[in-house]
Every structure is written in structure tokens, then in C-alpha cells.
Design a protein around this ligand. Sequence first.
Ligand code: AR6
Length: 181
Amino acid sequence: MERRWGNQRIELAIGDITDQNVDIVVNAANSRLAGGGGVDGAIHAAGGPAIMEETRRRYPDGCPTGEAVISSAGKLSARYVIHAVGPIWQGGGAGEEKQLEAAYTRCLELAAAHDATSIVFPALSCGAYGYPLDLAARIALKTAIRWIPYHSQPRLIRFVLFSEGPYSVFAAALEELTGES
Ligand code: AR6
């Protein structure tokens, strides 16, 4: 599924984050940038140890929740990996929404600053961090929809979902937010 605004678009896809042919792959990292399971495990496994070597050297203090840092992409075909730290879901009253929105926005800012035409996001915080998928999908998509009219890059913002279930949640949210079906 996709929505276009001139030569810019938001795309939803089912697949593996490490298989995407884009300039920037976003990692669902933790604040220590210590690696882990899920998306983080898959990206470091496919990209090789160079990514972790670089993030340890450049970001020894890690990355706070709601922010993101950039590195090269090792063996991945992308130019860069952006390591974004989404919030751990604590029931919604601990500023999670703002932090999730900030993490997505920071990734888009870094992508634009690095002249990227395309970026792929996973559903940040929706695995180990327990964020309810329907709420997270709306925040992710709203942030992208708001970004597009004011920025020419990245032209393609893709969200890749691991399976049909999360894909349909994102698809319903995109339809609702763009007023089409
Ligand atoms: N490709 C696409 N989506 C995936 C993949 C993949 N290869 N693997 C998982 N997902 P998660 P978080 C989906 O847990 O919630 C790590 O240990 C998954 O189904 O990767 O932000 C880090 O080190 C879910 O919908 O990220 C942190 O400690 C979504 O991607 C912590 O987990 C995000 O799940 C971050 O947790």
C-alpha cells in the first residue's frame, strides 16, 4: 500500500528490514546501543560487526530514549543505519507518545541531513518494548505525513512490517489518516 504526494510517498510493506533496497535502514535500538534481539539482532547479524564497532567508538554514552544516531551500514546494501531508541511502554502515562514521535522525527532529520532519498522504518517499540501496535502505527504515520509537506527528502518513507497482522494495522491507520480507502 502507498500514498503519494507529488514525487514523495509513504509505502507499507511486509518483509524483513534487512532486505530493503533503500538509502537508510532504521534500527530499533536500546539506549546503551548494546545490540539485542528483534530488529536490532537482525541488523547486526546481517550488517556484520563493523556497525557495532563504529557505534561503540562514536557513541560511547549510547543514545537517550526518543533520539537517534547514525552509522555506516556494514554489509547491508543501505548507505547508513540510523539507530533509534523508542520508549518502553509503561501504560501511556510516562511520555511514551512524545518520545516515540521524537524518535521518528529525529530519524527523518538525520536522513535529510545525509541527503537520503529513501528510508525504511520498523515498527519502533512494538516488539520487546511492548508499545500497542495500533497506537504506535498512528504516531509513526502521523509523523511521516506531517514531515512530507515541509521537506523534500527522504522522498520515500517505507514502513516494513514483519507479517500480515501488523501490516493490516498500519494499513488501516494510513487509510484513516489520509481519508481514503
Ligand atoms: N524485520 C522487520 N520487522 C521486524 C524484524 C525484522 N527482521 N524483527 C522484528 N520485527 P523489536 P522494540 C518487528 O523488538 O520493541 C531489542 O532487543 C517486530 O515484530 O525489534 O523497539 C533492542 O536491542 C516488532 O513489530 O524492537 C532493544 O533492547 C517491531 O519489529 C529492544 O529490542 C519492533 O520489535 C527494542 O524493542
